[in-house]
Write a protein that binds this ligand. Structure first.
Ligand code: IMP
Ligand code: MG
Length: 178
């Protein structure tokens, strides 16, 4: 598997340091608030697991699934697959996802949560890829920016594989079948 990568963009240590910093920021910003952390299945989960350990205030967690990728790199329509079970009215919601790319997914999620009368809603993403935007959106909490390349690892997949990598990498061109 280590032969599949053209380059490593972020090492495990770099990612862990970024997540710790973000956890501290969130801890300070949300002190005294009733917080629900919503992890986006599947890509947001490895990041969420590490991030919540660095949030030093009481929170509850829940999960939501919206699929936007059909197969490999080619985006298709959004498919709503799983909703949260928590009543989020008057709660401060933090959506946790792997990456904000086109921002179509996060825009839809924000729209949905606004109908649920949340006290506030923000996104925490591991990666922000501003070059991919189709709709205007700026994530409040992003660990780091990524260039205009398809990346895998730390939750991000290609054809469902590579989510278990502890680092972020770019695949060699010959790996892609699409
Ligand atoms: P959106 O384009 O911002 O709606 O991102 C939707 C989803 O597409 C993300 O949560 C990822 O699962 C996936 N995605 C976007 N860019 C990449 C990438 O570079 N590598 C792997 N998955 C990606
Ligand atoms: Mg995803």
């Amino acid at each position: 598997m280590m032969n599949d990568f053209k380059k490593i963009l972020f090492t495990e240590e770099e990612i862990q340091n970024l997540i710790k910093e973000l956890g501290e920021r969130i801890t300070n910003d949300y002190r005294g608030k009733d917080v629900v952390v919503v992890g986006m299945l599947k890509g947001g989960i490895p990041f969420m697991v590490d991030l919540i350990k660095h949030i030093k205030i009481p929170v509850t967690i829940d999960f939501m699934q919206i699929s936007s990728f059909h197969g490999g790199r080619v985006a298709t329509n959004l498919v709503f697959k799983k909703d949260i079970e928590t009543n989020v009215a008057d709660k401060h919601v933090i959506i946790v996802d792997d990456i904000v790319d086109s921002a179509r997914t996060i825009t839809e999620v924000f729209r949905l949560f606004e109908t649920r009368k949340v006290a506030s809603i923000e996104v925490a993403c591991l990666l922000d890829k501003p070059s991919g935007r189709v709709v205007e959106f700026e994530p409040k909490y992003a660990c780091t920016l990524v260039p205009d390349e398809f990346v895998v690892g730390y939750g991000l997949d290609y054809n469902e594989y590579y989510r278990n990598l502890p680092f972020i990498a770019v695949l060699k061109d010959e790996i892609y079948t699409d």
